[in-house]
Design a protein around this ligand. Sequence first.
Ligand SMILES: C[S@@+](CC[C@H](N)C(=O)[O-])C[C@H]1O[C@@H](n2cnc3c(N)ncnc32)[C@H](O)[C@@H]1O
Length: 293
Amino acid sequence: MRKIKQDDYVLFFYNDSKKWLMKAAPKQQFHTHVGIIDHKKVIGKPFGSAIKTNKGKIIFALEPTIYDFVMKSQRSTQIVYPKDLGYIAARIGLQSGQKIVEIGTGSGSFTTFLASILKPKGHVYTYDVDENFMAIARKNIEKAGMSKYVTMTKLDLKTAKKMPQKDVDVVIVDLGDPWVVVPQARKMLKGSGAFVAICPTMNQLEKLAAALRQNDFFDIECTEQIVRTIEARDGKTRHSFRAIGHTTYVAFARKVITPASLRKILAPVVEQPEIESEETESSEDESLSSLKK
Ligand SMILES: C[S@@+](CC[C@H](N)C(=O)[O-])C[C@H]1O[C@@H](n2cnc3c(N)ncnc32)[C@H](O)[C@@H]1O
C-alpha cells in the first residue's frame, strides 16, 4: 500500500464541492471552513486515510487522479471537461505510444489528459500563440507530472509555412475557427489518422464539416456528450439538482486518401427541394384517404 510522503500531491476530500489538491508539507496547516487540515497527520499514512480537522470534520487524503489534476488546473482559458475527454479518447482510440498534435494549448488541461494516456512512449506536440496562457499551461502540465511527454511550442499553425510534424496519429484543434487549420492538420496526419475539434457552437460545426469534406476527410461525426449526475439515496434516488450545462460539441473525422476519379462518386448529393407534382399530391391523397378509412 502506497504511503503518503512529503511533496506527494494529495487530494484532501471533504465532499464533491469541497476538495483541495496540495503537496503534502509537514509544516502546512491549511485553514478551511470545516477546520484546519494538518498535513503532518497524513504524511506516513496510506492514501485513502481519514483524518479529523480541529472542528471534528472528517477529511479523506486521496491519491489524485488525472481527473483531479484536470479539474483543479489553473484556468486561463475555457478547458475541455472530462465528460468530453472520455468520449474523445474512445473515439480516437487513444493509447500509449501515439504521437499527437494539439493546436491551441490553452490551460493545458487536454494536453495533460492526452499525455497521461499516451505515456511513456507517446508524445503530445502542442502549439499556442499566447505566451501568458502557455506559462500557465506549463505549470499545470508539470504539476500533473506530464512534462516529459509534452513539447510546447509558440507557433501559429494558421500561417506557418512548414508543418512542424508529420505522420501523427491524431490532430486536436481547440480554436475559434478550426476550419482554417484543416489543410494543415491534413498535412501532419498519417493516412486514416483522426482529427478532433472542440466546437462550442453549432455554427462552428457547420463550417468545419464543410472544410473537412473539401479536404478529403471521412467518417465525419459531430456529437454532444450529455452526462447527468444521479443522487442515489435509499428510497429517494433522483437526478441531481446541480447539472453541467453546455460545455462543447465535438467534431471527429478521419483522413482518407481518395483519388480524384473516386471523389466524384463521393460528391455530396445536393438535396433538391421537394417539388409538388400531381403524382405526389395524388399519392398523398390516397395515403390520407386510406388513413381516414
Ligand atoms: C480554448 S483555448 C484551448 C483550451 C485547451 N483545449 C484546454 O483544455 O486547456 C484556445 C487556445 O488557442 C490559442 N490560439 C488562438 N489562436 C491560435 C493559433 N493560431 N495557433 C495556436 N493557438 C492559438 C489561444 O491562445 C488559446 O490558448
